[in-house]
Design a protein around this ligand. Structure first.
Ligand code: ADP
Length: 317
């Protein structure tokens, strides 16, 4: 309720801004835009104050492309990352669920920075926060503000916070935030953190440990009824996938699951005639073949940089 958007509202309405009441005969607005604004209106049929003076097309973009009412990710869908889950639960989910308890010395930090190599589950954590706290999820990539929305980034961010205000509780996930830093700031992240970090909490999201890799193999294959590996075989795959991220593992399983299909097709049966039941289960040899194709996406030197950063700023000692 006390939420204040970080962008100042410059006021000053122009003809293409929304007003208090959505005019039924307003021809400048398409049907889909009108419908979208109507859904944001209060029971009195008026548009909330925070949305007035914003451009309707931007509100529509936020509602349709950035907002996700049901992100549908829970903690149980995320492999490993136990420390991150615990930190995020205490730092964000509990304060969202019980703002009355998280006051004074328990006040939460201003923001949460999840950092780590790509494909390790940061976006999933953002969605799970929203899912667990029954909040609306908003996803925006900071790099799109400087590429796609050149010159309009600030207006879009204002529309984003306006809609999020009307959809509280809300989680706003800003991806690739480092793209907002200049080259100079990027090379001197440490100083940037000292100046702007303040009470920002940092949680390191790192590539999978052995057990989490086993979990993802089993989980993905079991969903399709294809998991038939023994514990020993699963362990062999896990040993061969040291340093693989969550998305690398997903790609590996996907590739391995093609093995039985490719083999069945080699027998000469066409794809349209192929009997699903005739395909053998996914085996260790499929993973061995897939490992030739799917390599870890994060190099050990890149990983070293994240680990060094974690030592300086992360929540893991
Ligand atoms: P990031 O935001 O860190 O770049 P994502 O959360 O977008 O990574 O992950 C990309 C995909 O990889 C997910 O949709 C999921 O399928 C898989 N994945 C990554 N990390 C995990 C994880 N910890 N547990 C389960 N799946 C994961």
């Amino acid at each position: 309720g006390n939420f204040v958007p970080p962008i100042r509202n410059n006021g000053g309405s122009t003809s293409n801004m929304t007003s208090r009441v959505i005019g039924k005969n307003d021809d400048s607005m398409g049907d889909s835009t009108r419908k979208c604004l109507e859904m944001l209106c209060g029971p009195d049929g008026e548009l909330p104050e925070k949305l007035r003076n914003l451009e309707p097309r931007l509100i529509e973009h936020v509602s349709n492309e950035i907002m996700d009412k049901d992100p549908n990710v829970r903690w149980d869908d995320i492999a490993g990352l136990e420390h991150a889950k615990k930190c995020v639960t205490e730092m964000v989910i509990w304060p969202l669920l019980r703002p009355d308890i998280f006051r004074g010395c328990r006040s939460p930090g201003r923001g949460l920075l999840l950092f780590g190599p790509p494909g390790t589950g940061k976006t999933m954590i953002g969605k799970a926060i929203a899912g667990e706290a029954k909040a609306t999820f908003f996803y925006i990539s900071a790099s799109s503000l400087t590429s796609k929305w050149i010159g309009e980034g600030e207006k879009l961010v204002r529309a984003l916070f306006g809609v999020a205000c009307c959809r509280q509780p809300a989680v706003i996930f800003v991806d690739e935030i480092d793209s907002l830093l200049s080259q100079e700031q990027q090379t001197d992240l440490k100083n940037w953190m000292k100046q702007h970090g303040g009470d920002l909490q940092n949680v390191y999201i790192f590539p999978f440990l052995h057990q989490a890799r086993a979990w993802i193999i089993r989980n993905l294959l079991e969903k399709d009824g294809l998991f038939k590996l023994t514990e020993e075989e699963t362990n062999i795959v896990c040993k061969l996938t040291e340093g693989y991220s969550g998305s690398d593992m997903k790609n590996l399983v996907k590739d391995a699951s093609m093995g039985p299909l490719r083999e069945a097709l080699q027998q000469g049966v066409g794809i349209t005639k192929l009997n699903k039941e005739d395909m053998r289960p996914v085996m260790l040899k499929d993973f061995e073949t897939a490992l030739q194709e799917v390599r870890p996406s994060v190099s050990s030197s890149e990983l070293g940089t994240y680990e060094e950063w974690n030592r300086q700023f992360g929540s893991l000692a």
